[in-house]
Design a protein around this ligand. Structure first.
Ligand SMILES: [Zn+2]
Length: 460
């Protein structure tokens, strides 16, 4: 009897043993999937093409290129691919097609067919307020695009143009604040920036430079660097932000402060804007930021003069906006925005309003309101530099001529056309490939105004 029980025990143990072996075997066969590629985005900037893969979790990956035909291969360990690549626009990118397949039963291989040879760089990003885990792949042209050599315009003996750098906040991977009905800050800022640039470019003696020309992200330090490369006289960063309180509304102007923010909102907004690099996918270690100590010293040395210019200009812009819009604060505020840390260029940040306020989001999304904001900034900028032109500028020369009661003539960057018999405004516009409206506006005449033989017209 005793033996019988022991046998039973043995049989049961053996059964359990077999079961566990079976279980272990089946577990080792079922692949352990760790992550999923949920979505894929592509951003094209003049400097690179950026591919962003949204992941359900952090994954191990390797990257290599293959020749004939050129391909870039991305291997993702223990990952499935569920992204829809059909919606991606690959036009004007070095990538002609994206394929993927399963390897070793549990890994994913993504293959990018390349049109041109690229140098690739990849890094993982941790989740933030906008996105989860991401794998970022930057593609750089191996043969750098032949940038149209910027022939510096021969400095006119009458002086140079005043350059205004316009920075549309956020872009690409960083949508900025998302407001009522999904209005994205990055689109609102771009529209205002374009409208402002158009107005400035129509003004004799001025030239606008857009820091961002499309929907892509540029890191904050690079924005001021681009302004410096363009030899900007002024840097304007345009935003329309969110605030924790949905009722907050009104426009504000900010200039840099090293001492601390002038208000709670200013501190909050500066913190939010400064974290843009993390959202935009430039949050990795950056050596460029290592010169912070030097930058601080430079800031102290040369900030005083540019700061007073920023303050004065900011004040004018604020007054103009106050004519048609509520102001968040009646005075220019100060906060430590990274994007304003250009010691040598007067810089200001325009918060056109709070996109989180339903009423303001609606307005900010309309062309007419965007145009009003652009006009308010433009007219303050024009008046400021016409009054206080840089000594080597055409505006300074023109001011001198005006004070002496002499004719000013054509500004740099403008041609002059002398109207001949039989000319019409539209025919001249056609000849110079511009619109009649633009020709009329530059010359401050109405479309209905007759033109006379011998009249001098400015051609932008
Ligand atoms: Zn912003």
């Amino acid at each position: 009897m005793k033996r019988h029980i022991l046998d039973l025990f043995a049989a049961r143990s053996f059964f359990l043993f077999c079961l566990s072996v079976l279980l272990c075997y089946s577990l080792s066969v079922v692949p352990a999937i760790a992550g999923t590629v949920k979505d894929i985005r592509i951003w094209q900037s003049p400097e690179k093409t950026r591919l962003v893969l949204d992941l359900s979790s952090s994954v191990k990956h390797t990257l290599f290129t293959l020749d004939n035909p050129g391909r870039l291969v991305v291997d993702l360990d223990k990952t499935t691919f569920k992204a829809n690549t059909g919606k991606l626009s690959l036009k004007d990118t070095p990538v002609s097609n994206i394929r993927w397949g399963t390897r070793n039963k549990s890994d994913t291989r993504v293959v990018l067919d390349l049109r041109t040879a690229v140098r690739a760089n990849s890094f993982l990003l941790r989740p933030n307020a906008t996105y989860g885990h991401r794998l970022v792949i930057d593609l750089f042209d191996q043969q750098p695009k032949k940038q149209p050599v910027k022939q510096p315009k021969p400095a006119s003996p009458r002086g140079r143009e005043v350059v205004i750098a316009i920075d549309a906040g956020h872009g690409g991977e960083d949508p900025g604040a998302i407001g009522h009905r999904g209005v994205k800050e990055k689109h609102v800022t771009m529209s205002i920036a374009r409208k402002l640039a158009e107005k400035i470019n129509r003004e004799p003696g001025f030239k606008a430079v857009l820091i961002r020309t499309g929907d892509y992200y540029i890191k904050l330090r690079r924005r001021t660097q681009l302004a410096r490369e363009a030899k900007a006289d002024l840097f304007i960063s345009i935003h329309a932000d969110a605030f924790k309180n949905k009722k907050a509304r009104g426009a504000s102007i900010f200039v840099l402060s090293n001492r601390g923010a002038t208000s709670e909102t200013a501190r909050w907004l500066a913190q939010k804007e400064n974290s843009s690099d993390l959202i935009g996918g430039e949050g990795g270690l950056s050596l460029e930021d290592k010169d912070d100590v030097l930058a601080e010293v430079l800031l102290d040395l040369s900030m005083t003069s540019t700061l007073s210019a920023s303050m004065e200009l900011g004040d004018d812009v604020l007054k103009n906006i106050g004519k048609f819009n509520r102001l968040h604060k009646k005075r220019v505020e100060q906060a430590a925005f990274v994007v304003l840390k250009s010691p040598d260029i007067p810089s200001m940040l325009v918060e056109a309003g709070f996109i989180t306020n339903p009423g303001e989001a609606k307005k900010l999304n309309t062309r007419s309101h965007q145009n009003k904001v652009a006009e308010a900034i433009y007219s303050a900028v024009r008046n400021y530099f016409t009054d206080r032109p840089p000594p080597d500028s055409w505006l300074a020369w023109a001011k001198g001529r005006r004070l002496a009661g002499k004719p000013v003539g054509t500004a740099p960057g403008m041609r002059q056309y002398i109207v001949k018999a039989g000319d019409t405004l539209s025919a001249i516009a056609l000849r110079y490939n511009i619109t009649t409206a633009k020709l009329a506006k530059v010359n401050k005449i109405r479309l209905s105004d007759p033109i006379r033989t011998g009249q001098k017209l400015m051609i932008p």
